[in-house]
Design a protein around this ligand. Structure first.
Ligand code: S3P
Length: 413
């Protein structure tokens, strides 16, 4: 697909529903016998994989094309649970299946098969889960779990959530030194679970869940990120992005962009189903390079590729440290980001876990590889739209999180 140079981005846009929150809403609703109506569920491949897996686990799911209604009395899986490309589907459902004492075999696509699973298998085994296999396909057998205190070895909401699900039946304590996204904790509380945070500890008591009846999913800040960056770097832009989740465990990109000089105004903030939501006004601005790392990273982990585009348009150098987790996402994103060098000559360099991006290098047209990774495809498209255009080898991969991305990009130029 070819993406051409964009003019100023002016007007309004809504972004698709939050992927992380959609997965959690469906999974948690399936733990309740009474139905939950989910409004604005993300109809993209990853979240559809979650629905398919839940159906095979016996959840009742009705989808009228508008709302989704879910209720559950889960049982052993009928057929293999294919998680597709979705690490969140796989890792969270492993915790859910083990926690419910059920049996299921999990698989996924080639990318998912390459991604580390020991990070979830180890804590679940230490709770007593019987898991056959260390890489996909893996089978979880009927198990009786015991509560644990688990020190998260890395700040990962997927690991944390995989332990939270069994903890709902048996209680447990999770120690999280660096905070990761807390959508599971928030959603579980909306469903009446007993979860509290004391400093770095998350304490879960055995809980009986009950549905709030209706859940509405806010827009995804990770999808908004592409427009925030495009509107910032294309001169003369002024964009209103409506209904975006602004959970503080996810807003790292906004804070970093503001420190770089971006003009982003958060307006109309409100709370929806336990999650803070707002509209964002973005105006073009001159950016300067920045150094980030440490506990900032989990709060913008999925936005590092698109932040690299902003950095390439900034004055000076940007250094992103502690970015090693990017190697085990849907693609090796530290390698994939180097494709930007085909559009901004010599801008990016990866050295161990550190990414360096020089601003102001020569802008060129290029043909780039997406590595079949939705976030890399959208990142390259934005880099091309802000520069002299780009050709990407795979546009379908955006279906994972943002099926209408290219339609919106065409509409905004
Ligand atoms: C996610 C957590 C993050 C993120 C992923 C979605 C989630 O992964 O990168 O896209 O929904 O819990 P890790 O928890 O592995 O860092």
């Amino acid at each position: 697909m070819e993406i051409v140079k964009s003019g100023a981005i002016v007007g309004e846009i809504e972004v698709p529903a939050d992927k992380s929150i959609s997965h959690r809403a469906a999974m948690i609703a399936s733990l309740c016998e009474e139905p939950t109506v989910i409004k604005n569920y993300l109809r993209a491949a990853d979240c559809m994989s979650t629905l398919e897996c839940l159906r095979k686990l016996g959840a009742r799911i009705e989808d009228d094309g508008e709302i989704i209604r879910i209720s559950g009395k889960l049982q052993d899986a009928t057929g293999i649970l294919d998680c597709g490309n979705s690490g969140t589907t796989l890792r969270l459902l492993m915790g859910l299946v083990a926690g419910q004492g059920l049996r299921a075999t999990f698989t996924g696509d080639d990318s998912l098969k390459r991604r580390p699973l020991d990070r979830v298998i180890n804590p679940l085994r230490s709770m007593g889960a019987i898991i056959e296999g260390d890489r996909l396909p893996v089978t979880i057998h009927h198990s009786h779990l015991k509560s644990i205190t688990y020190y998260l070895p890395l700040p990962s909401a997927q690991i944390k959530s995989a332990i939270l699900f069994p903890a709902l039946s048996i209680g447990s304590k999770i120690v999280e030194l660096i905070r990761s996204r807390d959508h599971s904790e928030r959603m579980l509380k909306v469903f009446g679970a007993s979860i509290r945070r004391e400093g770095t500890e998350i304490i879960v008591k055995p809980s009986k869940l009950s549905t709030p009846g209706e859940i509405e999913i806010p827009g995804d800040i990770s999808s908004a990120a592409y427009w925030i960056v495009l509107a910032t770097i294309v001169r003369g832009s002024r964009l209103l992005i409506r209904n975006v989740g602004i959970n503080p465990t996810r807003t790292g990109l906004i804070e970093v962009m503001e420190k770089m000089g971006a003009r982003i105004r958060i307006v109309n903030d409100r709370l929806k189903c336990g999650e803070p939501v707002a509209d964002m006004e973005v105006e073009s601005a001159d950016l300067r390079g920045i150094e980030i790392g440490g506990e900032q990273i989990p709060r913008l982990i999925d936005e590092i590729p698109i932040l690299s585009v902003a950095a390439a348009y900034a004055d000076g150098e940007t250094i992103i440290r502690d970015a090693g987790e990017l190697r085990v996402k849907e693609s090796n994103r530290l390698t994939a980001i180097m494709e930007l060098n085909k559009l901004r000559r010599g801008a990016c360099e990866a050295d161990g876990d550190t990414l360096r991006i020089r601003g102001g290098t020569a802008v060129t047209y290029g043909s780039c590889k997406t590595y079949g990774d939705h976030r890399i495809a959208m990142t390259l498209a934005i880099a091309g739209a802000a520069g002299l255009g780009v050709e990407i080898d795979d546009s379908d991969c955006v279906n994972i999180s943002y099926p209408d991305f290219f339609k919106s990009l065409r509409g905004k130029r």
